[in-house]
Design a protein around this ligand. Sequence first.
Ligand code: EPU
Length: 765
Amino acid sequence: MKLVSEVDLPKLLTGERHRIHLIGVAGSGMSGIAALLLELGHNVSGSDKVSTLETDRLQRLGLRFFPQHRAEDASDADLIVVSSAIKIDNPILVSARDSSKPVVRRAEALAAVMRGKRGVVIAGMHGKTTTSAMTAHVLREGGLHPSHYVGAEIPILGTNAHWDSRGEYFVAEGDESDGTLRCFHPEHCLILNIEEEHLDFHVDLEAIEKVFAQLIEQTSETVFYNVDDANTARLCAKHKGAISFGFFEKADYRGADVELRDFASVFCVYRRGQQLGEAILNVPGQHNVQNAVGVIALATELGIPFEKIAASLRKFEHARRRFEIKYQSDRFLLVDDYAHHPTEIRATLKAAKSTGRKRVLTMFQAHRYSRTKALRKEFGRAFDDADRVVVTDVYPANEALIPGISGKTIADEIATHGHRGVSYQPRLEWVHRDVGNMLDFGDLVLSLGAGNIHEQLSVLAADLVIAERLIAIVGEEADVRLYEPLSKHTTLRVGGPAQFWVEPRNENAFAELIRSCRRESLPLFVIGRGSNLLVRDGGIRGVVVHPRGGDFDRIEVNGNEIIAGVGAKLKEVAYAGKAAGLGGLEWMEGIPGAVGGGLRMNAGAMGAQTFENIVRVRYLDANGEAHTKTCDELEVHYRNFPLLENNFAVSAVFRGQPAPTEEIVRKLEASQEKRRTSQPAAKSAGCIFKNPNSCPAGKLVDELGLKNSRVGKARVSEVHGNFIVNDGGATAADMIELIERIKSVARAKRGIELETEVQVVGEMA
Ligand code: EPU
């Protein structure tokens, strides 16, 4: 292998044209190098196991991309650039070594390219991407035509790296994570902060400081440093000609009178006590103001007039995933941020809080097991400014699992620190549900982490767009919730969430909702009291309507008739009858459901059934049109009323017979007694099976000896064989398995095909 020191890398990269191959070209840092090399006129190829939008773009600029790492694809390359994520047994790397081809690391290539210009390196633990983007932007607006290299997509700069042959300066984000900061010999550097981080690579703070010290040593002109950061100040202050910036009174360049607005900050800038003027930064957070003061210091020293700097700062838009607004409306604000170190998290949460929203709800995904382990205590203290925190599992990057370290480690630390609103959700794909279900008007939701947690925020944003439309349709007096757990709305207490939970308060709102769901092809499902429902653990997609409150709960007595909304309980109809001296409805006392459910399944008890008491039913059809039908126009079966398969009941008129109060009371008591003595009090969905003709299902299950048989926390009641009870924490999967077991025993032993009376709906988890 030819030693890199034997080649004049800066000359090779900036003064000549070569054939260069990049291993791991899709990485955010590597793609920037590829862009620079292409612009410098090289013949560039690259390999990676993934392709990205960036590699697609680079291919259009001339990159030859290989989706595999094969030695032959790089055999004619004069130089190999390798990402630090690449393992030493990579075939291209092995072959390059065998054939003595020069191999350089990403940062070495970058440092060499920078040698062709007057280098400006932005370094620090946090905020360097935003700050380097800001620097490149301000220098560009100042007419200096800088080249740049920044570790993320920067909309305002166009690309993450660019070589501009017209200008003298090269602004680069220096990465301390793997020690390569040592490669740079810039003219100026801007140091933001130094603390313990990347402990997967550095032993301790001292080791980190050594790397920074070397960078400072290798800087030929000015070191700009954040004087408010103790470690940075200690390290930089002694450097000859160093210029300090920050909020500290004695800073050479000082920011003061900071006023944090919604997404902007207004502040004053002083140079050695003399006011330069006022600046506005359209990026939120005090920490960004601090970094901007650093950029102002540098740009001023490079000769750009303050007015010009202030004007460009005003126009600056920050990088993707840095306080990036994903969704904004009058009611909600969804923001994504890359913060993954406790200090960054604190700063971002502070910025979030300063927007003055009602609450800050946070979803957090830790990045790397090593960082989680090393900084667990600091993470525990980082979330004080969040009202609620949902922590999911660790994004491993390329690390192997560390036993005993997971997202729960952080959730526990946050709770131990005294936070009362933290929960752990190990399934990343469910995080948006947990947070979405907490949402209230005025909330800000923040996704934090360097992995893929932002995808959960995007899912939430997409559903929120629909939820807001639903709110507009049913009106603010209605209740619209995301991901409402249906275990809260079924008597069995099992079931996953409803994607959109809507409680309209009147017929018009319900009708509009039906029409809108039809227009937008959103599935719509109605749920009443959920007493005859078994919802699978994956929940129900689309809109779940719960007609409740307002008109739907109303009960009126008119002569012998009782008019009841579908949300009223059947039990209440029975008691309204009693109050008005109307009998014949007492059996309803024993039904846990509401009028809607009673109609839908022609519920029954004590030998009676719903439609024996029904005079008229009012319903909405699939177009939201209202109709009223009398009993003789309706087709009704045992435990089934087909009309409501595609239509939606809104109210019903029941008929009672005048009867002496004592008789009504006696019948009500008989029903209560029957329930008390023959049915379990535990959580259930009433009878699970329809009664087959040959034998009541409860009796059958009893005779088959299946009482008390169980799957998980689902158990056949010892009181009544047709009841399955939830002993606490049962899942729908437990319930369904137990049902299937009973059915197969009944089939095998008695030749009876049991049919569920309970409606089983929803998706599996
Ligand atoms: N039986 C047994 N062992 C049992 C359960 C019942 O031998 O474990 C016997 C009873 O002794 C009785 C017969 O089976 O001789 C029928 O039992 P029950 O009187 O309890 O009535 P059911 O048919 O099981 C029906 C309704 C219930 C309603 C009761 C009371 C159906 C599927 N169920 O139960 O409704 O509460 O009558 O009127 O029609 C519901 O629909 O969810 C519900 C609970």
